[in-house]
Design a protein around this ligand. Sequence first.
Ligand code: FMN
Length: 233
Amino acid sequence: MDVIAAKPSFEMLDYLLKRRSLKVGEFVEPGPNAEQLQTLLTAAARVPDHGKLCPFYFLVFKGDARAQAGDILAEIFRGDHPDARADKIEDERQRFLRSPLVVGIVMRARPSKHPLWEQMMSASAVAQNFVLAANALGFGVQWLSEWYAYDERTRAAFGLDERDVVAGFMHVGSPAAAAQERPRPDLEKIVTFWQRGCSPEKGDCYDLGKFEFPEDGFDFSKLKRLVKAAQGL
Ligand SMILES: Cc1cc2nc3c(=O)[nH]c(=O)nc-3n(C[C@H](O)[C@H](O)[C@H](O)COP(=O)(O)O)c2cc1C
């Protein structure tokens, strides 16, 4: 039977139980070659997708394109911080050059009966598949937003439009350092075997309490209006 789950893979399970991101700055050449990149994007795009809407696309920043992207960030940063030190502007210029390959994963909202939220989660699954596939090919990876994912000027310069939300800029390269472990959620505090009338373990212990909720980072109501307008609603 050609069902992938019918073939147990302890190697895959072992990987999932140990999976870790590297940090940008810990990547060196080489990055994926053309064939590996094709494999990586094919695996990333193979996600659950309610309604087969393909609510995502990729922006590949390779070679000199990384420097071009960095020039855009440096120009915007300099405009916003006219008194910035030269090394700070240079840091912005180097952002996409920190890794051999950067892939932007963009959620594009589709007019559909399927909720936008589900389309966003599909795009998020693309990003996580990308992480897993990059590791499976032997590369380190880190999923980043940083400031420019939410900056209207960068978005426009990268060719995004109002329907688009950045799911992530995925940095990929050969590992130059070992991944460090970090604390993981305690299942005792987040798992409830539900029964009627039970009091679920909701993970309240993870509320830090010292913060307000963050800004959305993106005007989702605008996106929703736009999709509705496209549907003639
Ligand atoms: C949507 C999203 C955006 C992220 N953006 C950033 C970021 O801008 N900067 C950062 O240091 N980590 C960011 N992270 C966190 C890293 O990708 C990663 O989770 C962290 O380094 C620990 O990874 P691990 O649990 O895979 O080891 C982001 C994660 C997600 C899911």
